[in-house]
Design a protein. Structure first.
Length: 93
């Protein structure tokens, strides 16, 4: 008798079977991860420097604004990364 987990996995595979990635696709995905990790780090460094300056100056409003900007930019970059990774997985890159 199969467990409910095994039955659920079978149904999932019937609805959307797992696709096998080629070595080239895996390499492209790794390159994208590396590139976008660097982009995020670059923006964090730039904005954290500005955050430190705002905190030192006691400008709470600017500090909060910069924090929101950092969160927004990080999310935007992550979204862009996921779109590009999906394109690679579908073979459209």
């Amino acid at each position: 008798m199969k467990s409910s987990y095994e039955l659920a996995m079978e149904r999932l595979n019937k609805n959307s079977p797992a696709t096998q990635l080629t070595a080239a696709q895996k390499k492209q995905l790794a390159e994208l991860d590396s590139k976008y990790t660097a982009k995020i780090a670059e923006r964090e460094i730039a904005l954290k420097d500005e955050l430190n300056k705002a905190a030192a100056a006691g400008d709470a409003e600017k500090f909060e604004q910069l924090q929101k900007q950092l969160v927004h930019e990080r999310a935007k970059i992550q979204e862009e990364l996921e779109e590009k990774k999906d394109a690679v997985r579908r073979g459209k890159r």
